[in-house]
Write a protein that binds this ligand. Structure first.
Ligand code: SF4
Length: 370
């Protein structure tokens, strides 16, 4: 494995670490009345401005509910972009992190894409700067460049293929069967999982998701012993010791599907705990247990919730609708270059539905992303 590990304690211009800055900007808890007032204001503005709210499963539950109630969607990153592209609204409000807003803009360049807070980013994106990644690619011109959805538009512009967590196995397996050697970025855990499953020759970037990287294999074993009936659902951005204990390994959409469809009373879930909002709504009779992280110790930076997802708030939605703040721009030629690797993936998925649907170590058939 190679690449450049990202230092989460790196100081930014204001003297705070990236994660500390994100937590500081996360909204304070609101009273029930305050939430209802803000939600009503956001609902009115969405209607007045002809905008649609597209939210990720990891953001605040009020935002998820507002999206559903106003005809928007709550989904994974790829579906968010596809929904925004196919919706008639000319203004998209993307509640999630920056690469999701960029993906929406790449697929819908004619639309206005606004985000509640443009500082909401992702450790995988932060840990893979475009200039350093380009140098890495230049040093290995014999390799096909495959990047995960959780990357900047500039990194996607340098890639041959983009993949999501549910089609990564099929696409890398397809390239491996053609005798291609892979340069993979940025998530080392997902890359390692795909490498183990496909046997492909993969040179890895060494990024990770600050949330999933903290799930602990030993503590998960102890939790499973205490809940022998529970099925274990794991997002493949988690470490190998956690993935190896999974009954289902899959994207957010796939894990949600597993909770709904599997005949089990309890689930231990290793993904961001923002996901529990939709899971509880979709399967109210199921018991959901958070997979263990390091706990509230000095080594736990997320405690199973993404600090950048936490920055998304009702007030941010109101601000961008009232003031036009938080607009995403992806300049040419980066946009059209990035579109190339996304379109290649979409074309592959369309042409190989059986390959996508084929279960692999517990993958639930469906397409999804981070
Ligand atoms: S949960 Fe992880 S992969 Fe998702 S946005 Fe946060 S840091 Fe990135």
């Amino acid at each position: 494995m190679t690449g450049l590990p990202f230092d989460y304690t790196r100081q930014d211009a204001s003297g705070q670490s990236c994660t500390a800055l994100a937590w500081a900007k996360a909204p304070k808890p609101l009273t029930r009345d305050e939430r209802a007032t803000l939600k009503e204001r956001a609902r009115t503005l969405l209607k007045e401005r002809g905008a649609v709210l597209v939210a990720h499963y990891y953001v605040d539950g009020d935002l998820q509910d507002l999206a559903v109630e106003t005809g928007g969607c709550v989904s994974d990153s790829l579906e968010m972009a596809r929904f925004g592209r196919d919706h008639a609204a000319q203004t998209l409000i993307v509640a999630g992190v920056r690469f999701m807003g960029e993906s929406a803009k790449i697929l819908s360049p004619e639309k206005r894409v606004l985000m509640p807070d443009l500082d909401a980013t992702c450790s995988l994106d932060l840990g893979c700067p475009a200039d350093q990644f380009a140098a890495f690619c230049d040093a290995h011109p014999d390799r096909t460049v495959v990047v995960y959805a959780n990357t900047s538009a500039a990194v996607k512009a340098r890639a041959d293929w983009m993949v999501t967590s549910s089609c990564a196995l099929s696409i890398v397996g397809h390239l491996h069967a053609q005798g291609k050697k892979i340069l993979w970025a940025p998530d080392r855990h997902l890359g390692s999982y795909v490498q183990r499953q496909t046997g492909a020759d993969m040179l890895m970037w060494s990024g990770d998701c600050i949330v999933h990287n903290e799930f602990k294999g030993t503590e998960l074993e102890l939790l499973r012993q205490a809940h022998p009936q529970a099925k274990v659902l794991v997002h493949p951005e988690s470490p190998q010791s956690v993935v190896e204990q999974a009954d289902v390994v899959g994207s957010t959409a796939q894990l949600l599907k597993a909770v709904i469809e599997m005949d089990a009373p309890e689930f231990i879930v290793a993904t961001d705990n923002g996901m529990f909002h939709r899971m509880r709504q979709a399967a109210p009779d199921k018991v959901l247990i958070e997979a263990p992280t390091a706990g509230n110790s000095a080594t736990c930076k997320s405690c199973a919730h993404c600090p950048w997802m936490a920055m998304n708030a009702l007030q941010g939605v109101i601000d961008c609708l009232e003031q036009g703040s938080g607009e995403i721009q992806v300049d040419e030629p980066v946009r059209s270059q990035a579109l190339g690797c996304i379109d290649r993936m979409l074309d592959f998925v369309k042409a190989h539905p059986a390959a996508i649907a084929k279960p692999a170590q517990g993958f639930v058939p469906n397409i999804g992303a981070a």
